[in-house]
Ligand binder design. Structure first.
Ligand code: FRU
Length: 466
């Protein structure tokens, strides 16, 4: 049997054997995408194709660690119910034998094309190839091999192609490290998706490597979204090991000048990285992120005892207001609301204490501008808004076992807090996504308590699929 099929069968054998154990983990999500077994990282190949949403993901089926990645694949008609599809890519060729690394999808002449990075390590020397795989039915993919090699001036840290079409021309951005060991994003262009011309550096300037670039236009601005590595923490900024953020501006392709503003973090939570967007058939710019961070203490995540590690975020719609990206859970997610459990009005300093399911959503519509807000979730996560400092703080116990860790964001006013909870994760959207905190929460699975002190209207729903 060919190696490709052998690897895919071996991965499916493990899924069939171990998924029942994985699913029993009280930390396993019910409405987020998580690995059937093993480790998940970046969302890949995110596209709506012929009416159906397709999402691929970096996947290590054989262990809860990194290594020679596969591309897992799920599809959906409604962004709520996801169907498992056959494994799209296995690391079976000389050009991708140490991992079918991240990449993107594009529709072309009735086919679905996947551009991804072939990761190769021989005697610990890294090689990197941008590769193509093609499908007629969106289920089975045929590899077409190497399309682009690393151009002069860059190291083998050259990966994660994101492809798009604009004015009858194709473009690709790739995350890179230049020979000065600076993080960069480079671009290529093509008339026919066959020959690619190197365009040059789109942006560079800080950190030692920029991963998973995405480039798109939002409300008239050109946005470069990427995950830089090597930024040091500075006050309330860059507190995770690696960051994800964006710059907004205008790219003049003729002169290759990308004039843009400052880098801002997209998400202020503990676990968020390597997001990818697509434009769906309704014209929405939709994003999935990885709810994890590379090089984080991942072996301390308790889910590895059940044979799985990490998950993705919910799909979010991006909106640009005043030069700032807002992230909103897609409208479809409201269909997850099964039961409205609470609707109550809290006066100034009122304290509500209750129990909420481990898959739930709450919205607090804040009344008045000057009251503090305190939320305690499952005796684990604390959310604090200080109306004098105008700061929001998210605090949780450190995974290393002692003390707490926190993430902080500054905000002028809090009018709404919307929180999506799914067993071991939380996504907090403030003011319709002006600020978002995405984090894992490994609270005692039998703890359902929540307390909230605020002034406003609180609504709580139980979430689940029909
Ligand atoms: C980001 C990343 C990508 C790479 C992939 C490998 O998390 O390191 O740069 O393609 O993960 O799984």
């Amino acid at each position: 049997m060919k190696l490709d099929q052998h690897l895919k069968n071996k991965a499916m054998d493990i899924v069939n054997k171990k998924h029942p154990v994985v699913k029993k983990d009280p930390y396993y999500p019910v409405y987020h995408i998580a690995p059937p077994v093993g480790l998940i990282n970046d969302p890949n190949g995110w596209i709506q194709w012929k009416g159906t949403y397709h999402l691929f993901y970096q996947w290590m089926p054989f262990e809860t660690g990194h290594g020679a990645k596969f591309w897992g694949h799920v599809s959906s008609k409604d962004l709520i119910n996801w169907k498992d599809e056959p494994i799209a890519l296995a690391p079976s060729n000389w050009f991708d034998k140490d991992g079918c690394y991240s990449g993107s999808a594009i529709s072309f002449e009735d086919e679905l094309l996947l551009y991804y990075t072939g990761n190769v390590k021989n005697n610990n020397i890294r090689e990197s190839y941008q590769c193509l795989a093609v499908s007629k039915d969106g289920r089975y993919f045929e590899k077409k091999g190497v399309q682009i090699e690393v151009p002069q001036g860059y190291t083998a840290h050259f990966r994660d192609p994101k492809v798009w079409k604009e004015d009858e021309q194709f473009y690709m951005v790739i995350g890179a490290q230049n020979e000065l060991k600076e993080g960069s994003v480079v671009w290529f262009t093509s008339n026919d998706l066959k020959e690619w011309q190197f365009g040059g550096t789109l942006a560079t300037g800080f950190g030692y490597m920029w991963e998973c670039p995405d480039f798109f236009s939002l409300n008239g601005k050109d946005i470069l979204l990427f995950s830089p590595q090597g930024l040091s923490a500075s006050g309330i900024h860059y507190r995770n090991i690696h960051q994800t953020g964006y710059v907004a501006g205008k790219w003049d392709k003729e002169t290759n000048q990308f004039t843009h503003g400052e880098f801002s973090e997209l998400d202020k939570g503990f676990e968020f990285y390597a997001p990818q967007t697509t434009l769906d058939e309704n014209g929405r710019r939709l994003l999935f992120g990885w709810m994890g961070v590379p090089d984080q203490n991942e072996q301390l995540h308790p889910t590895i005892q059940h044979g799985w590690l990490h998950q993705l975020t919910v799909p979010r719609e991006l909106i640009l207001k005043g030069g700032h990206i807002y992230q909103k859970p897609v409208e479809e997610l409201k269909q997850l609301r099964q039961n409205q459990l609470q609707r109550l009005e809290l006066g100034a300093d009122d304290l509500w204490e209750g129990q909420i399911p481990r898959a739930s959503e709450f919205i607090l519509n804040v009344r008045g501008q000057n009251s503090n807000i305190l939320i305690n979730l499952f005796g684990f996560l604390k959310f604090k808004y200080d109306s004098v400092q105008r700061s929001i703080q998210l605090v949780r116990p450190r995974m290393e076992g002692t003390g707490v860790e926190e993430r902080v964001a500054l905000i002028d006013q809090v009018s709404e807090i919307r929180c999506l909870i799914d067993h071991s994760s939380v996504e907090v959207f403030i003011n319709e996504g002006e600020i978002v905190f995405t984090s894992r929460i490994f609270a005692d699975p039998d703890n359902y308590t929540m307390s909230l002190q605020a002034s406003g209207e609180l609504t709580v729903w139980e979430l689940g699929k029909m």
